[in-house]
Design a protein around this ligand. Structure first.
Ligand SMILES: *Cc1c(COP(=O)(O)O)cnc(C)c1O
Length: 546
């Protein structure tokens, strides 16, 4: 197959805009007087690299391809639009789409005055390969296949796609936006075998960079070169290029994907218990398509509870369906709660996820605190209270305490920081108390004396009483965005919630360091006090009870 014959003649003949820096060859100028930019460096005064060399090299390495097989666009949407512009003559050619699928294929066709022929998926959402092929005619230039498919969530076997690639004489665009969540491997290696294959991927989903707008098209160099010729010269801005380079951490991506898939199984299981749910379609992605008895009503109810899902009930083939993206475990719990199938909780509203691993949500008129604490496994620190300095302090707890801590607070910060900090303290205390459980085998006391120009002593005793002592003075009203008077209130709240004796004393000149010393001290002390001692079945009290 000769790809060159598929490209519109006017595009083949196009003489692309040549950017100022395209023409300097191998010379490396130091003074740039060519592009009418501002000479004053502010990080963004220069045009971005139109060929995105550095970013492409990194992505190509991750994907195991060559840079000249990779196109980067302003989202996958740019690549979709370019497919029509390059291969389909407006008003004459057509494209074959599967349905239901991603809406942009049809919108982009409309923008380019290209007719579409839609072929319905079969009842079980499998691909109607013969139907797709017989929908083509001599003016069909493009075929779009989305696998895993949005909104159905399923993916298609490689044979199906290879049959289309072999038997259709035009370009097959395979959208793999959700491939990182899929059990099936990417079909990117097939570009070597089928020059008419264009694979779309994106940084928007598994990579967590939807805000940057970077989409990938992977194909043989001739198609990529043509895409580069037709795109706007500076289609990826300088901040997006830089930021993407810093965020392309494969291990972190893989961990997130595993976590999302893990929680997807949990959500699927819980949803199956919901009387309103009629069918859960098998998902190979980070969302689930769910058929429910009253989609409009359920959609409205979720929205009233602050949760938005995608209502697909009006889409042909998805009648009665909502598409639900898998969020964080907290967010998924909120969803399940509204549907009446939330996780089981003890009478204090604490959900036990493991032996000393708990999750709780604490809601008042002023705040909503979601908190997860695992005393035996460190490594997770996800803290967002809306107060930067408070976040920084709370991060000391997982960091120095060897525990995992997730905290998400939505509080009335427009009033002040009081409720947010106090309620977080209570929730953290309650979580510690609940996680300690029967207190079998824990060390009862802990203390520490750190650090820098300040020192802090934190004494803790899980003896069951709640004596709180505080000897630390702060001389500024605020550190960062946090009121210094709230340091004491926070630990008082922790003390109440955790039902422990807590004595804190700190001295020193620098207020930031003093606060940090207290939080670090608290974390170290918690680590010692909660550690299981060498007599795991002994309650550390001569009375035999705590
Ligand atoms: C989300 C999504 C994309 C990604 O679009 P971007 O423009 O890259 O954010 C592409 N295809 C499908 C099917 C999607 O659902």
């Amino acid at each position: 197959m000769n790809i060159s014959n598929l490209i519109r003649p006017s595009i083949k003949a196009l003489d692309p805009y040549s950017t100022a820096r395209d023409e300097c060859g191998e010379n490396r100028p130091e003074i740039f007087l060519d592009a009418n930019e501002s000479p004053y460096d502010n990080g963004i005064n220069r045009y971005p690299d139109p060929r995105q060399k550095q970013l492409k090299a990194k992505i190509a390495e991750i994907k195991g391809i060559y840079s000249d097989q990779l196109f980067l666009g302003n989202g996958s949407d740019e690549a979709i639009d370019l497919m029509y512009r390059i291969f389909a003559t407006p008003g004459q050619d057509n494209a074959v789409l599967m349905a239901p699928s991603y809406g942009m294929y049809e919108v982009a066709a409309g923008m380019n005055d290209v007719a579409v022929r839609k072929v319905r998926l079969k009842e079980d959402f499998s691909l109607d390969v013969d139907g797709m092929l017989s929908a083509t005619d001599s003016r069909t230039r493009l075929m779009f296949v989305c696998s895993p498919n949005n909104p159905t969530g399923n993916s298609f076997p490689q044979e199906d796609i290879e049959k289309l690639l072999r038997d259709f004489g035009g370009v097959v665009v395979l959208d793999e936006a959700y491939i990182d969540f899929s059990n099936r491997g990417s079909l990117v290696p097939l570009i070597e075998k089928y020059p008419n294959l264009v694979v779309l991927q994106t940084l928007s989903k598994a990579w967590g960079m939807a805000g940057l707008r970077i989409g990938l098209a992977i194909a043989m160099p001739e198609i990529v070169a043509t895409m580069n010729k037709v795109k706007y010269p500076y289609n990826i801005n300088i901040l997006a290029q830089k930021m993407a380079l810093t965020k392309l951490d494969e291990d972190a991506k893989d961990r997130r994907v595993a976590e999302i898939i893990g929680d997807r199984f949990r959500v699927e299981k819980a949803l199956a218990e919901c009387p309103k749910v009629q069918k859960i379609y098998p998902s190979d992605s980070n969302f689930i398509l769910v058929k429910v008895t009253d989609p409009e009503g359920l959609y409205a109810k979720l929205l009233q509870n602050g949760i938005i899902v995608r209502n697909r009930s009006q889409v042909k083939g998805c009648e009665g369906c909502l598409r639900i993206t898998i969020g964080t475990p907290f967010e998924n719990d909120r969803l399940l709660d509204v549907l009446g199938v939330g996780p089981g909780k003890d009478r204090n509203g604490v959900e036990r996820l493991g032996e000393r691993h708990v999750r709780l949500t604490r809601k008042t008129k002023e705040t909503s605190v979601s908190l997860e604490l695992d005393l035996d496994k460190g490594g997770i620190s996800e803290i967002s209270t809306g107060l930067d300095f408070f976040d920084h302090m709370l991060e000391q707890i997982p960091h120095h305490g060897g525990v995992s801590l997730r905290v998400k607070v939505e509080g009335d910060l427009q009033v002040d920081d009081h409720h947010t900090i106090e309620d977080t303290g209570i929730a953290l205390g309650e979580a510690i108390n609940a996680a300690l459980g029967d207190k079998m085998g824990i060390a009862r006391y802990g203390f520490v004396l750190p650090m820098d120009d300040c020192d802090a002593a934190v004494l803790m005793d899980f003896g069951g009483r709640t004596e709180f002592q505080w000897k630390a003075e702060f001389h500024r009203e605020k550190v960062g965005d946090m009121s210094t008077e709230m340091f004491m209130h926070f630990f008082q709240s922790v003390c109440t919630g955790a039902k422990c004796n807590l004595h804190i004393e700190a001295r020193g000149g620098n207020e930031h360091h003093k606060a940090e010393a207290i939080f670090k001290g608290f974390a170290r002390t918690l680590r010692m006090a909660a550690a299981k001692n060498e007599f795991p079945y002994e309650i550390p009290s001569s009375k035999g009870i705590l």
